[in-house]
Design a protein around this ligand. Sequence first.
Ligand code: PLP
Length: 396
Amino acid sequence: MNGQNPVFIPGPTNIPDRLRVAMSAQTKDHRASDVTKILGPLPEGLKKVFKTESGRALIFPASGTGGWEAAVTNTLSPGDRVLAARHGLFSQKWIDLCQRHGLDVDVIDRPWGSGAPVDLFEERLSADTSHEIKAVLVTHNETATGVKSDVGAVRGAIDAAGHPAMLFVDAVSSLGSMDFRMDEWGVDIAVSGSQKGFMLPTGIAILAVSEKAHAAIETAKCPRCFFDFRDMDDALSTGGFPYTPPMQLLLGLRESLDMLFEEGLDNVYARHFRLAEGVRRAVAAWGLRMCAESPELYSDSVTAIYVPEGFDAHALTNYAYDTYGVSFGAGLGEFAGKVFRIGHLGALTDVMVLSGLATAEMAMKDLDYPIELGSGVAVAQQYYRETANAARFKAA
Ligand SMILES: *Cc1c(COP(=O)(O)O)cnc(C)c1O
């Protein structure tokens, strides 16, 4: 029966029944004349989620990592300089991917738990008077640390420096759960995936690409084939695919977009804020510390929490799974053993989150953490009660 429990890892997320039903489809000939009906509406729907009118939405069969690779190989050449901050495992992995493609990454190391260093970006860009830096990389939501960065402020820094660099954003664990504004923030490429806010299995990398980034293909010399933007854009714009599409996942994506729009994107974001706020209050009641350094950095899709001195976070997440059949996120990279994470994005309600908080409390109590059973659950219950009326009409 443990398979009935929701997961509280920050991706892949819980798959709602409606999406599982939509994906349970027989094989369909991807060259059949009516396939355009499935593929055709996807880019327009995705553009609404990215909040872009001028950009193009592209999808590739891949995980989010493939999306990073697509962004880099379509727009840059080996030896090109890019600017990035390293402040969590995901920003670190994107930097590593760039380096393996022969890019020269200007890395700004920042403490894990901090956000994108807007001032330092502006400093580096202002100093780069010959405009060698071709792109600035930002991880909108650092899933390892539960930190949300201010993408609009990074755009402000690029503009203040009068620099022509493109702005690439990893929005894998924010798109579809936290507000994203591609056009307003002047984002050139945003990368996401199917398995987080879209509530689907892993398997589709989802990108939005500005005119400027799309034009960069003409001069970019990194090798690419499978992830070629032009091939995919040409195919999608005629309702087709450049190779065999993952049809069942695409049926799921179409249904997922319907679900997001039926709830309303603003309501989806408000739901995520409310769920996250309940978790944050529970963490405070437990007397534990969050990794995110300050409240404006708090992520609404994942909360990363330090375990008290002398405790092993891996033992906690393993114990919760082995004993209660509930998954929480482990600490990653330099946070291994020190941090556990509660993922609260995707198909979740306050009732489900309360079950996660209650389970975390049981596991911590069993392992002799200095917490009081029910303390976090009680404050979350109180907050969810106080905010239930406003949420009720939106949730349906
Ligand atoms: C999940 C995630 C990714 C993508 O990882 P894959 O395992 O390749 O799908 C990238 N960036 C962030 C911030 C993520 O949370």
